[in-house]
Write a protein that binds this ligand. Structure first.
Ligand SMILES: C[S@@+](CC[C@H](N)C(=O)[O-])C[C@H]1O[C@@H](n2cnc3c(N)ncnc32)[C@H](O)[C@@H]1O
Length: 243
C-alpha cells in the first residue's frame, strides 16, 4: 500500500517536472550571439551621434540647434507607438541639430531619424569606398567616417546652400569628396566602383519616391553590388495601403 502511494507521488512529481521543463523551454528566449550583442551596443551608440556643423543660414536652408523637452518627447513617442512606427522611432529629451528648408525639417540627429540610417551605417563602416547621394546634415557621413576601414566617401549634393553650410565641417578629412551635382545626372569617374551606396535625397516617406529609387538603383547598380534607399520598405508599405 505504502509502495503504491510512493509510486503515485513519484509519477506525479515527474509529470509536473516535465511540464515545467517544457514550459521553461518554450518561454526561454534564444541566446544572443556575441555578434548580435556587439551590433546592439553599436546601434545604441550610433543613436546618440552628435553633429558638429555650426548653426547658420544660406538661402532657404538653415542649420539650427533645438531642444526637445520632456513633454514634447512623451507626446512624440506616444504618437510614434500608435502610428505603428514602433520604439525604434522614439526620441529622448535633449539638445539636437536640424537642417531646415524654409519651415520644413529635412534632417536631424534625433534617434528617430538616425534609426532609418543605422543599418546602412553599420554596413558602410566595414567598407572602403562609399557613395552617398544627399549630404543633408552630414549625420550619415560623420558616423561612417568613425571607421578606420573607410578609405573614401564621395557625397553628391544638389543644393549649393547645403554644401556651404555643411561641407566645411568635413574639409580636414582627406577621405571626403563632396560634389555639387544631381544624383540622377552625375557621372561617376570612369571605372569607379563603390562597396556601398546610400540614396537619401527625399524629404518625406512617400510612395511616389519609389520610382526615383528604381531609377537610382538602375543607374548605380552598374557601380556597386550593395545599395540601399532611405525608408524604401516604408514607402512600399504606403503604396500597398493606397492601392
Ligand atoms: C534628407 S537629406 C539627407 C540627410 C543625410 N543622409 C544625413 O545623414 O544628414 C536630403 C539631401 O538630399 C539633397 N538632394 C535632394 N535631391 C537631390 C539630388 N537629386 N541629388 C543630390 N542631392 C539631392 C537635399 O538637398 C538634401 O541635402
Amino acid at each position: 500500500m505504502k509502495r503504491v502511494f510512493a509510486e503515485k507521488i513519484t509519477s506525479t512529481a515527474q509529470k509536473i517536472t516535465r511540464k515545467l521543463l517544457i514550459r521553461a523551454a518554450a518561454s526561454s528566449k534564444p541566446m544572443l550571439t556575441a555578434f548580435e550583442i556587439l551590433n546592439r551596443v553599436e546601434r545604441a551608440r550610433l543613436m546618440k551621434i552628435t553633429v558638429d556643423v555650426p548653426d547658420g543660414t544660406s538661402g532657404a536652408w538653415k542649420v539650427e540647434t533645438f531642444e526637445v523637452s520632456k513633454s514634447e518627447a512623451e507626446f512624440f513617442n506616444i504618437r510614434a507607438m500608435y502610428s505603428g512606427s514602433g520604439m525604434g522611432r522614439c526620441i529622448r529629451p535633449g539638445e539636437y541639430k536640424r537642417l531646415m528648408r524654409n519651415r520644413d525639417v529635412i534632417m536631424s540627429n534625433t534617434p528617430s531619424e538616425i534609426s532609418d540610417h543605422v543599418d546602412f551605417i553599420i554596413r558602410a563602416k566595414q567598407s572602403k569606398r562609399i557613395l552617398i547621394n544627399g549630404l543633408g546634415l552630414g549625420v550619415c557621413l560623420k558616423a561612417i567616417l568613425e571607421s578606420d576601414k573607410v578609405e573614401e566617401v564621395t557625397v553628391i549634393e544638389k543644393s549649393e546652400d547645403v554644401i556651404k553650410l555643411v561641407a566645411p565641417t568635413f574639409q580636414n578629412d582627406k577621405r571626403v569628396k563632396i560634389i555639387h551635382a544631381d544624383a540622377f545626372t552625375w557621372k561617376p569617374p570612369r571605372g569607379a566602383r563603390y562597396d556601398a551606396v546610400w540614396h537619401d535625397i527625399w524629404d518625406y516617406i512617400c510612395g511616389d519616391n519609389l520610382s526615383e529609387m528604381s531609377k537610382l538603383h538602375r543607374k548605380y547598380g552598374k557601380r556597386t553590388d550593395f545599395q540601399r534607399s532611405w525608408c524604401k520598405k516604408e514607402c512600399q508599405k504606403l503604396n500597398r495601403q493606397w492601392w
